[in-house]
Design a protein around this ligand. Structure first.
Ligand code: BV8
Ligand code: ZN
Length: 247
């Protein structure tokens, strides 16, 4: 990762007023949370359609719950990594700052970030598929799968957005508005293949923002990034942060 690129990104951020950070599973990789695509990913050898779609849940809620319960169990053992910590600290540095994440793990919030836009929901939210009652429930493991709604007895599901489901409208609108009016968009740890979330990068770029990518590998948006810092977020972001000077 060329030093001068890191220095140029730090200079860019020092002069930025409005900053948006768009993250994916890669920002949690160094916390020990598996990503989805790539070697050892969550989708490797697993039927995505069965585990991350409403149809799959209706067909076999227990198999889907076993997948999510295993991820929840792993998350009880992990903590935010330096990338999450830097991104949380930056909320005090920029006049306007937004974190929009595709992640459902809650690690940005665990690092102290507030008002995180969770585009794909949260693995800690449980929602009744019958009456819609939603709550945060960190029970691991549940005594029985699938968990049942206390209000109506309906089958409860993870409060995440599955394929074919629309994203929470107010969250996507807020993220789109922020991306469309920022000076710098920092894209961290996403393959940028899932829409409409990945569309945020095009919104920011079309509105004239400078796009910075932090990812050890190229992604589907590398071609529209002015700067690509090729390295792990847990090392790259603290390095950039150390060059920002006094908050
Ligand atoms: C919708 C559930 C319709 C939560 C997820 C064809 C073309 C275009 C679009 C479509 C299409 N066919 C279908 C669609 C739509 C579909 C879609 O985009 N499919 C893609 C795959 C082609 N989208 C949808 O279905 C969305 N809904 O469109 O509904 C609709 C429209 C109107 C009205 C009603 C309905 C819903 C999308 C949400 C799906 N939910 N998961 C969960 O279980 O977590 S998607 C899943 O992928 C996760 O949410 C994840 O967040 C998301 C994106 O993955 P990434 O975060 O990018 O992770 P990935 O493993 O891919 O990449 C990790 C990256 O990190 C890599 O680049 C790696 O290099 C990097 N990395 C690794 N280590 C590090 C690192 N980076 C930095 N540091 C490190 N240390
Ligand atoms: Zn219910």
């Amino acid at each position: 990762m060329p030093e001068d690129d890191v220095a140029r990104v730090a200079e860019l951020l020092r002069g930025a007023g409005k900053v948006v950070v768009f993250t994916g599973a890669g920002v949690s990789a160094e916390s020990g949370v598996p990503t989805f695509r790539g070697a050892g990913g969550l989708w490797e050898g697993r039927p995505v359609e069965q585990l991350a779609s409403p149809q799959g849940f209706v067909a076999d809620p227990v198999v889907v719950w076993e997948f999510y319960q295993q991820r929840r169990a792993n998350l009880t053992r992990v903590k935010p990594n330096p990338a999450h910590e830097v991104l949380a600290r930056w909320q005090y540095r920029f006049t306007s700052y937004t974190i929009a994440t595709q992640n459902v793990d809650g690690l940005h919030q665990a690092a102290g970030a507030q008002h995180v836009l969770e585009l794909h929901g949260s693995i800690w939210v449980i929602r009744c598929s019958a009456c819609g009652r939603a709550r945060v429930d960190r029970t691991v493991p549940f005594p029985a799968l699938p968990p049942r709604c206390e209000t109506c007895g309906g089958i409860e599901r993870p409060g995440v957005v599955w394929f074919g489901e629309s994203l929470p409208e107010e969250v996507l609108d807020a993220a789109t508005a922020a991306a469309g009016s920022c000076d710098v968009l920092v894209v961290v740890g996403t393959s940028a293949v899932v829409y409409p979330a990945a569309g945020l990068v095009h919104v920011a770029s079309a509105a004239g923002a400078t796009v910075v990518e932090v990812n050890p590998e190229a992604s589907a948006i590398s071609h529209i990034a002015q700067h690509s810092l090729r390295g792990p977020a847990g090392a790259v972001l603290p390095t950039v942060d150390s060059l920002l000077g006094e908050a």
